[in-house]
Design a protein around this ligand. Sequence first.
Ligand code: ADP
Ligand code: ADP
Length: 226
Amino acid sequence: KEKVIVKGVEKKYISKKGETQALKDINFSIFENEFISIVGPSGCGKTTLLSIISGLIPPDKGEVYINGKKVKGICPHIGYMLQEDYLLQWRTVYDNIKLGLEIKGRVNKKTEERINKLLAISGLTDFKDFYPKELSGGMRQRVALARTLAPDPDILLLDEPFSSLDYQTKLMMEEELADILNKDQKTVILVTHDIAEAISLSNRVIILSKRPGKIKKIVDIEFEKG
Ligand code: ADP
Ligand code: ADP
């Protein structure tokens, strides 16, 4: 079943520097439980594409459909982890993760258990009362990922979620993510610069060309997930 359909999407930015055609004629579909990576050089439109799929910004042309419905704003089925972590500085790690549930109206008596589980998975249990400024970049990224996972969205959009992690932590987090996904069955779109990461995690890789961002190639990865 098609979970996400991207149809004829185009996007142009107009600024003082002039016009930038960020995306041109983007077409693809994602099926339920697929893990897709989007790779391509810096500035090719990866972040723009995720923002359009999430409903955060509208395309100039074309449409996105989630579960068969046209996206017209922020979509409740989606968890979007932005490239910058946007943690609230006045809230602890625990309360930043809780925010993920609050904004979806999903706080209930299971909340504490859920957050504690996410803290454990992310190796953050000992840091749950820390504030963002007391954490390393990699730790903040793990908080942001935990916050995105908290409300258990069925579609995850992840923009360079592991980019500030050191090599060991990155491998650990990639493995944790793969585990979570094997258990929970989610549809994932991952944006990354790292081809090795794309190949090891996903079952399809979409390669965008420099500019304007167009689909250069879609590669099926021919091995069993997990
Ligand atoms: P990347 O996704 O490659 O890590 P960024 O998302 O930070 O990098 O930015 C990608 C490009 O978009 C950069 O060249 C940056 O200058 C440009 N960019 C991002 N935001 C704006 C903006 N508000 N106005 C103009 N250019 C921007
Ligand atoms: P990527 O994530 O692949 O690095 P982006 O989607 O961030 O690419 O950017 C695609 C192109 O659009 C880049 O050329 C960038 O400079 C430009 N761009 C992105 N955001 C803005 C913005 N808000 N205003 C003007 N130009 C932008």
